[in-house]
Design a protein around this ligand. Structure first.
Ligand SMILES: NC(=O)C1=CN([C@@H]2O[C@H](COP(=O)(O)OP(=O)(O)OC[C@H]3O[C@@H](n4cnc5c(N)ncnc54)[C@H](O)[C@@H]3O)[C@@H](O)[C@H]2O)[C@@H](O)CC1
Ligand SMILES: Nc1ncnc2c1ncn2[C@@H]1O[C@H](COP(=O)(O)OP(=O)(O)O)[C@@H](O)[C@H]1O
Ligand SMILES: [K+]
Length: 488
């Protein structure tokens, strides 16, 4: 798993190293790694042009020292000093020694128009709030030019802990981050601003605490998927019960049942008023048009997609929640639970709630820009795992542990894909995985299935179900590592 660390955790981990190492050694490690990634991205040194945007703190120091490395390799480097009297003195001297130049923001335009690479060293983990107006003008100019946009540690203007952007932030195509991945690079608005994330080690590893948030890799997901063995029968790795769809909306029942079957094809039982549609689509499922209690024994329930919000739906939901089994509640079940949250709070067995933003807001507050924080608050309030859907889906457990999903594609924004996610997660819950892990692995597989399906062009939710077996195979075979690379 890839740990996600807050700025405070990183600063605390840096402290013993800063005390033990010679002055500036940590910054040299960061700058050397940064320059290495920049050269790789540029693909050449001689003839290339780099413009550094340099702020007042250590982040600008990184950019200046990296710029000196690039200049020594033959890159034409110009630093734009946004706070000329406070820019890192050692970094400025190093850049000048290496043959780089320094200019005022008023002269930045001509350089930014011709740059192959722009390095954002305006502000790092010491930042607060969005870009200041003087920086906005320079960053807009850079973004309008042809350069690769590379953020140093964190795109300036992005909150490293939450991914919130208050105002404007540097739109990076790549972010070279030091010591550990920050949550703000992979969630919320920060995710889109960070582009591809490159992690450069600076020796913090042994000083970092156990993180409160994680990203799963393919290997992590694969390790949590059970393989049937010789001793198994159709019951032994978890039977899923599905209550979804209705006579008016059979599709949700069909998609959810199909996704559960395609994830863990032991046995799926369906109970509900879309029984005819489900039976026709999935002869493998055991189907009743009666109540959940008529369905037979299961190890986990999925309840909610397309089932309606009338009195009958409420009765069925309460019946499922009254069991001592893990329950995943989605869609219409969330609408009902927002009215009666006691139904979840009173449970002892695990519950997973899978809201999109609109469903989340029905519980009392919009998710807002801090999506991990929002999911954690609702999870703690209800005593349930909350999976908050989005381009980076967040899973939070009531105790605070969180996962940020690393897979997916905007092509998933199509009707019915949420029903598929519910089916996948239900199948994983039935295998006995801890609820937060089941939700996180489900989001990972769902996103990978979307990526695989999108390779063939636009797809619909049913295509996602069809891609699940190949997705599971691919996840098992993929090399570990959700992030593209890691510099020594
Ligand atoms: N401590 C260390 O030795 C190391 C620090 N490193 C780098 O140093 C950074 C942290 O350095 P600092 O603590 O000096 O902090 P920063 O360089 O992140 O920012 C601090 C400065 O930026 C100003 N500022 C805050 N918000 C701003 C905004 N929105 N717009 C413009 N200016 C803003 C502050 O007034 C302050 O002067 C890291 O992100 C990393 O890039 C790395 O070199 C690794 C080692
Ligand atoms: N822009 C996006 N990028 C990546 N994934 C997305 C995006 N928009 C939506 N998704 C994913 O698509 C799914 C949509 O689920 P949901 O809103 O419940 O749809 P439905 O109710 O139609 O099934 C979620 O898993 C969500 O994370
Ligand atoms: K930065």
């Amino acid at each position: 798993m890839i740990g996600l660390f807050t700025a405070a955790e990183i600063r605390a981990a840096e402290a013993p190293l800063l005390a033990a190492l010679p002055d500036g050694a940590l910054m040299q490690r960061a700058a050397t790694g940064l320059a290495t990634v920049c050269l790789r991205l540029l693909g050449r040194a001689h003839g290339a042009r780099a413009t550094l945007l340099v702020g007042a703190g250590g982040n600008g120091g990184d950019a200046l020292f990296a710029g000196a490395h690039l200049a020594r390799r033959g890159v034409r480097v110009t630093a734009v000093l946004l706070a000329p009297d406070r820019a890192h003195a050692g970094g400025r001297a190093a850049l000048v020694r290496a043959g780089g130049r320094m200019v005022d923001p008023s002269a930045a335009g001509a350089h930014l128009n011709r740059a192959d690479l722009v390095l954002d060293g305006i502000v790092g983990i010491g930042g607060s709030g969005g870009l200041r107006p003087d920086a906005v003008a320079v960053v807009d100019r850079a973004a309008a030019g042809p350069a690769l946009m590379v953020a140093v540690d964190v795109p300036s203007g992005v909150d490293a802990d939450t991914g919130a952007v208050a105002g404007a932030a540097f739109p990076a195509t790549h972010t070279v981050t030091f010591g550990a991945v920050k949550p703000g690079l992979v969630v919320g608005e920060g995710r889109a601003h960070a582009g591809e994330v490159h992690l450069v080690g600076i020796g913090l590893e042994e000083h970092l605490p156990v993180p409160g948030a994680w990203q799963l890799t393919d290997a992590d997901a694969a390790g949590r998927l059970p393989l049937p063995d010789a001793g198994d029968d159709k019951y032994s790795q978890g039977v899923v019960g599905v209550v979804a769809g209705s006579s008016t909306y059979p599709g949700a029942g069909v998609l959810c049942t199909g996704a559960a079957l395609r994830t863990r094809p032991g046995l799926v039982r369906y109970a509900g008023t879309a029984a005819d549609g489900v039976r026709a689509a999935w002869p493998e499922a055991i189907v009743t048009d009666g109540r959940p209690s008529d369905a037979g024994r299961v190890q986990a329930w999925v309840v909610g997609p397309g089932m309606g919000t009338d009195d009958d739906a409420r009765t069925v939901l309460a019946e499922v929640l009254a069991t001592d089994l893990p329950v995943l509640a989605d869609a219409d079940a969330l609408t009902l639970l927002a009215r009666e949250p006691g139904l979840v709070r009173d449970r002892r067995a695990p519950t997973v709630l899978t809201p999109h933003d609109g469903e989340f807001a029905r519980f009392g507050a919009e998710p807002g820009p801090d999506r991990i924080g929002a999911a954690r608050r609702l999870a703690a309030d209800l005593g349930a795992v909350v999976l908050l859907k989005g381009d980076a889906t967040v899973v939070a457990a009531p105790g605070g542990t969180a996962f940020v999903n690393a897979t997916g594609t905007p092509w998933l924004a199509t009707a019915g894909t949420g029903d598929v996610l519910s089916g996948i997660a239900g199948a994983l819950l039935a295998t006995g995985l801890p609820a937060a892990e089941a939700a996180a692995v489900a989001a990972h597989l769902h996103g990978r299935a979307g990526q695989l399906a999108a390779a063939g062009g636009p797809f619909v939710a049913g295509d996602l179900v069809r891609h699940l077996p190949a997705t599971i195979n691919r996840v098992r075979g993929f090399r570990p590592g959700g992030l593209p690379d890691s510099e020594p």
